[in-house]
Structure formats: C-alpha cells, structure tokens
Design a binder for this molecule. Structure first.
Ligand code: COA
Length: 438
C-alpha cells in the first residue's frame, strides 16, 4: 500500500480516534506545543466512556481539564512537571507527580519503567515522502511515539516541519485527525528593572563564542536581551523561546564556534510565539533531538564555554536550590535544570558554568515581601539542585559563586546579594545558624 493510501485509510474524526482509548489505559500527550488540542478536547468531551485513564505529560500550556476534580473517576493526572492546569490536582490529592530528570524520560519509556498504551501528538501534514514531523518537539515525544501501542495524531497545517529526530512515516501512526489550529503561544515575559539587572550580571559571565542553555521563566529572556553585543554565540538547550530569534537575526547567535554540532542550534523543544515557529520551519540551522541526547551531561560537556542559565524559587544559606516546589506545594518540576548544571560542570574545556538567576524577593498578592534567600528551605520543599552541584547564584544585587566556598562563606556571599532591606534579619539568622558573629 502506498503511503497516501495508508494515510487516507487511517483518517478519522477526533471522536472516532479517542474511542481507541480504553478504561485503565495510560495515555501520554505530546510535550508542550505538541499537545494535540483537538484530541484532548475530544477525550474530555467523551469522559463518560472512560474509567481511570492515566494522563501524563511534561510541560503543558493546555487547559488541563482532565486534571480537574470533577473528572477524577475518569482521568488521573500523573505527569513529570506541574503547570497552571495540573498543580491543583496534586495539591488536592487526586493527581500526582513522578520525579524524573527530563533526560531520563525517554530512557524510562524505552526500558519499561514508564509504560503508555496510547500516545497523542500533533504533527505536520505528511511531506512528499510520506513523513509527518513533530515540528516543535522531539524531547520525550519521539520515544513515546515509538513505544506506545496506539498513536493518535492531530494533523495541523500550522505545525512547522523541522530538522532532526522529528519525523515519522505515516505507517507508524494509527489514526490521523485533520484539524488546523494556530499553535498555542507563550508570550515573552515582561522584563522590568530587576530582570534587566539580573540579565546584565549574567551577561558579564558569558564570553564571546559561548554555547548557551536557557531555562523557563522571565530570567532567560532578560539575559538574551543583554547579549546583543556578544559575538559567535551558540545554542545547545533543552528549549528556546522568541529571544533566540532576535539574536540569530542580529548575527549574534551563529553557532560558528560550537565544538559539538558546529553551525547548528541543538534543542529538544520550542515554546514561544508564531515568530519562533515560523523561524523553525524548514530551518537547517535548527535541529530538534530527543532529550536523552540533548540533556545528557556527557553530551552537554562536549560544548566548550558552555553556560546554563536557570531560575529558582528559593536558595538556602548552603546554596541548595529549590526550583519546583513552594513549601509542600508542587509548583513545576526539575525539567532539565540538573542535567545542565551537571553537564556544564563536566565540560571538557573546564570552562563550563551554571547560573541560577532569580529576583532577590517575591512579593505576594497581599503585599508580603519574601526573601528568596533564606537560612533554611521551607518545610516540605524539595531540593532541585543540591549544594554539591550548584555553581553561580545571581540576583539583581550581584553574583555569588558557591564553588570552593565553605558553608559560612556561601551564606555570607548569598546575604550580600539578598535584598538590602532584608539583609539585617538574614545576618541575625546567620549568627543563629552558625554560632559565630557575622
Ligand atoms: N516563596 C513563595 N512564593 C514564591 C517564592 C518563594 N520563595 N518564589 C516565587 N514564588 C511565587 C511567585 O510569587 C509567583 O507567584 P504567582 O504565580 O502567584 O505570581 C510564583 O511563585 C512563580 O514565581 P516566578 O518568579 O514568577 O517564576 P518563573 O515563572 O520565573 O519560574 C521557576 C521560575 C523556578 C518556577 C521555573 O524556572 C522552573 O519551573 N524551574 C524548574 C525547571 C527548570 O529549571 N528547567 C530548566 C530547563 S527548562
């Protein structure tokens, strides 16, 4: 049978496709922008067909309706990263988080630690050779498509065709649902004075010719905005957002000094606006590869002058970084933070650095100002990057390097970059904590 015949035979409506999901199945969704909105909506609309269907994913910008309490008999969310749609499911007890480094997700799917009956993804229409592209994502989705018993795909003309490990022959997909929808967009964060100051401190540590990894949140965008005067930067990153496009267009990012994949940006997924997705379409400079390759510390370490930039919710006096929980509330997940902190530390040229950058305080809705630098992590919180792995911590007030410093030196360096109004109290806590004068 020709690929065209296979494709035509497997075309159906979203309602017909989700009928292949059975009660007690484990369903994994394409990661982030690869989530197939039409199929997820059809699954939720047909909720009465299902009992106890597990739904898994990492970052999601979708509505997450399957994670709502009203559907808890039908669906159970059990993923690797919480977001706005799934945090409450964990807090309320009917959802759960599997702690896993992002780089391990494809391996765990391959070796059966994680099993999925159904994988639902978004793909581009088949090209003239009969291959559809996952477009904006390779991450874990590439392996999930290979391993799941049933693969359902929303075919969306808006999905770009990208280079790397994103292609599947139509024969590898069980049902195709044609539904064109503009891809979900994540708008760039607002960059205020605090983020700008943090961006400048980070930029001061980045040499010309460096290769960058940028994490999630406002800080990576702020750092990119401060790199306009650098030369020959490269990208080896779990994700990229719109800011990278501006720097490529300005000739700042050209990947010309990369020691691994020279001339190419290597990423696992894209999360931004139409500007980023248009940039990615058939762009040979960009390669999407699975996360067990991109985030493998041994691979990361092969990039000279590797710099990773991620953010945090809290850092204690010892340099323990909390990035995915607020007290006992699960806020996000480890993502690739630790993968890159470790990869940079192992860099072959000895010049790799990892930066955790964050505002010195957070202001709650009731006006309470909370220092993000604290003597102890909050009760119930989980350490993301531990004190043995941590390197630079940056706030709008400066740079504190943890490596090579003893515990008291670490605490003093951190208090120096805490908010000035809160340093007095932190100094008292230092004396209480260490039994010596500040
Ligand atoms: N105590 C209490 N609340 C805090 C807090 C603290 N110490 N620090 C932050 N918060 C609150 C903020 O007030 C904000 O609340 P709101 O949603 O009600 O406004 C919320 O937590 C988010 O804080 P913010 O600083 O806006 O987060 P961000 O969007 O910049 O993201 C991380 C920061 C750390 C959550 C995010 O980078 C992350 O999830 N990291 C882990 C994964 C990772 O690093 N992956 C890297 C590769 S992708």
């Amino acid at each position: 049978m020709s690929w065209k015949e296979i494709y035509e035979n497997r075309k159906c409506t979203a309602d017909e496709a989700v009928r292949l999901i059975k009660s007690n199945d484990r369903v994994i969704l394409g990661h982030c922008i690869c989530e197939p909105t039409a199929l997820v909506d059809a699954m939720v609309a047909n909720y009465e067909q299902y009992k106890n269907v597990t739904v898994a994913h990492m970052v999601s910008l979708g509505k997450g309706e399957y994670a709502k309490a009203e559907y808890k008999e039908n669906f159970r969310w059990e993923g690797f990263f919480c977001g706005a749609g799934t945090r409450n499911a964990v807090a309320e007890g009917h959802g759960d988080l599997i702690p896993v480094y992002f780089q391990d997700v494809p391996r765990w799917i391959r070796n059966g630690i994680l099993n999925y009956d159904v994988c639902m993804v978004t793909v581009s229409p088949p090209n003239k050779a009969g291959y559809c592209s996952l477009g904006v994502e390779s991450g874990y989705t590439y392996q999930a498509v290979k391993s799941a018993t049933i693969v359902l795909a929303q075919v969306n003309n808006y999905m770009p065709e990208t280079f790397g490990d994103t292609f599947f022959h139509v024969s590898e997909i069980d049902k195709f649902v044609e539904m064109d929808m503009p891809l979900v967009e994540s708008q760039p964060s607002v960059i205020g004075d605090v983020e700008k100051a943090i961006g400048k401190h980070c930029a001061s540590l980045i040499e010309d010719g460096a290769t960058l990894q940028l994490g999630i949140g406002a800080i990576p965008d702020a750092v990119l905005a401060e790199l306009k005067h650098k030369k020959h930067l490269g990208i080896h990153s779990e994700m990229i957002a719109d800011g990278v496009v501006d720097l490529v267009e300005a000739g700042v990012i050209d990947c010309s000094e990369k020691t691994l994949h020279n001339g190419k940006m290597i990423v696992t997924f894209l999360m931004g606006t139409k500007k980023l997705y248009d940039f990615a379409d058939n762009n040979p400079m960009l390669q999407l590869r699975p996360v067990d390759y991109v985030n493998d510390p041994v691979v990361i370490a092969q990039n000279n002058k590797m710099v990773s930039i991620n953010s945090a919710l809290q850092v204690d006096f010892m340099g323990q970084v909390v990035a995915c929980s607020i007290g006992k509330k699960q806020f996000s997940g480890v993502g690739g933070q630790v993968d890159f902190v470790r990869g940079t530390a192992m860099s072959q040229d000895g010049k790799g650095i990892s930066i955790i950058a964050m505002p010195s305080v957070t202001v709650k809705k009731d006006g309470t100002i909370i220092s993000k630098i604290t003597p102890y992590i909050d009760h119930g919180a989980a350490v993301t990057t531990n004190r043995y792995d941590v390197d630079y911590i940056i706030t709008e007030y400066g740079i504190a390097r943890m490596r090579g410093k003893n515990l008291k030196e670490r605490a003093r360096a951190l208090i120096n970059i805490a908010h000035p109004d809160l340093r007095g109290k932190l100094k008292e806590e230092f004396e209480d904590r260490f039994n010596v004068a500040y």
